[in-house]
Write a protein that binds this ligand. Structure first.
Ligand SMILES: NC(=O)c1ccc[n+]([C@@H]2O[C@H](COP(=O)([O-])OP(=O)(O)OC[C@H]3O[C@@H](n4cnc5c(N)ncnc54)[C@H](O)[C@@H]3O)[C@@H](O)[C@H]2O)c1
Ligand SMILES: CC(C)[C@H](C(=O)O)[C@@H](O)C(=O)O
Ligand SMILES: [Mg+2]
Length: 367
């Protein structure tokens, strides 16, 4: 039986996870047989278990085929030490399971082209992927400290580190992904100021020569890339970049699609050569949205579409994933909007109504 560990987290995490559970149950009623376990993560795990992720939850994650993750964080946890912050639970999961390949698609559904802050013609039909390296770089490099200098001053140090193998494996993931799409990879770094940028480009070129020359590879400095993402995002297919640039570029890409509430993601490990399986965590790109938590108005689409990515990447249920995506597109085409994607004057629906409509369309499309 396929198994999923649900880690809803904080803020709107439990609200969008509850919506997604309804979608999972829909597939279970049709025989999918998903076994569900749940656990605590983030601030709620700090409050109840004394750590942002407990060893027991990590063990449950190890036993599951895939993890569905909501969101973590909130202002009430701002005073906690770095290791106890809710976000540390997510970082630990990524590192523990070596989930180095973070696929963040940015698709602008035709019905939402007017919800973007950019002009319709710039974003309509957009379909790009930011492939973010997720287990290296400045997020995990050592030293990572704040030192007292003894003269009333402090010094904060973060360290950006990349080894050849880390760049090579994300490069291969990018080329493999591009082959299933428009065969075009744009690698972004800052080789003009960063040594890791110099190595990043060098390794991308070498990996490209090693059996991937059918894929077009070009390079862009990440700051210019950010500008191009806003100027003409449709020029891209797969953008591959390091952990920090990927964090920022994917938030920019989210806004192209209308809202952070629209963007799903998959974080994948290497394929195990004996089992053929890969570790995987699926989560929306957005956070816990403390400003709207508890109001029942969060957009569930990013979380539901993250489950869609699990259907595709972890469970080989490609037809079901497509049906779910079509149900989301149809619901948007019918005009349903949560507040984050509503145009001024549009009447917005809540999380439950949006989920009801998606389930209704799913039922129709699989009939
Ligand atoms: N993966 C994660 O768990 C994750 C990701 C990003 C931020 N965070 C954490 O979340 C907390 C809040 O961060 P933030 O405010 O910078 O980012 P955020 O993504 O939580 O919210 C940014 C804005 O987008 C809106 N928004 C986000 N998701 C939405 C949705 N599904 N529906 C409707 N509107 C939505 C919010 O209301 C807010 O106005 C922080 O503690 C941060 O560290 C967690
Ligand atoms: C919550 C935080 C640790 C996380 C990150 O910076 O990676 C988030 O912003 C994301 O984009 O997944
Ligand atoms: Mg982010």
């Amino acid at each position: 039986m396929p198994s999923l560990l649900l880690l809803a987290g904080d803020g709107i995490g439990p609200e969008v996870m509850a919506a997604t559970e309804r979608v999972i149950h829909f597939f279970n009623k049709r025989g999918a047989g998903f076994e569900l376990q749940s656990g605590l993560v983030g601030g709620t795990a700090v409050d109840n278990e004394g750590a942002p992720i407990s060893e027991a939850t990590l063990a449950k994650a190890m036993a599951a085929d895939a993890i569905l993750f909501g969101a973590v964080g909130g202002p009430q946890y701002d005073g906690l030490s770095y290791d106890m912050r809710p976000e540390a639970g997510l970082l630990r999961l990524r590192k523990h399971f070596d989930l180095f390949a973070n696929i963040r698609p940015a698709i602008c559904y035709p019905a939402l082209a007017d919800s973007s802050s950019l002009k319709r013609e710039v974003v309509e039909g957009l379909d790009i992927i930011i492939l973010r390296e997720l287990t290296g770089g400045v997020y995990f490099g050592e030293p990572k400290t704040i030192e007292e200098l003894g003269n009333g001053q402090k010094r904060a140090i973060d360290t950006q580190v990349y080894d050849t193998y880390e760049i090579d494996r994300i490069g291969r993931a990018a080329f493999d992904l591009a082959r299933t799409r428009r065969n075009h990879v744009t690698s972004m770094e800052k080789r003009n100021v960063m040594k890791t940028g110099v190595l990043w480009r060098e390794v991308m070129e070498e990996t490209h020569k090693d059996g991937y020359e059918d894929v077009t590879l070009d390079h862009m400095l990440a700051d210019a890339g950010a500008m191009q993402l806003v100027r003409n995002p449709k020029q891209f297919d797969v953008i591959v970049c390091d952990n920090l640039f990927g964090d920022m570029l994917s938030d920019i890409a989210a806004q192209l699609t209308g809202s952070l509430g629209m963007l799903p993601s998959a974080s994948l490990g290497a394929v195990d050569s004996t089992t053929g399986r890969r570790r995987a965590l699926y989560e929306p790109v957005h956070g816990s949205a403390p400003d709207i938590a508890g109001k029942g108005i969060a957009n569930p689409i990013a979380m539901i579409a993250s489950f869609g990515m699990a259907l595709q990447y972890s469970f080989g249920m490609v037809a079901e994933a497509k049906a779910l995506d079509a149900a989301i597109a149809e619901t948007l085409a019918e005009g349903l909007r949560t507040a984050d994607i509503a145009a001024p004057g549009d009447e917005a629906v809540g999380t439950t109504e949006m989920t009801d409509a998606i389930l209704g369309n799913l039922e129709m499309s699989l009939r």
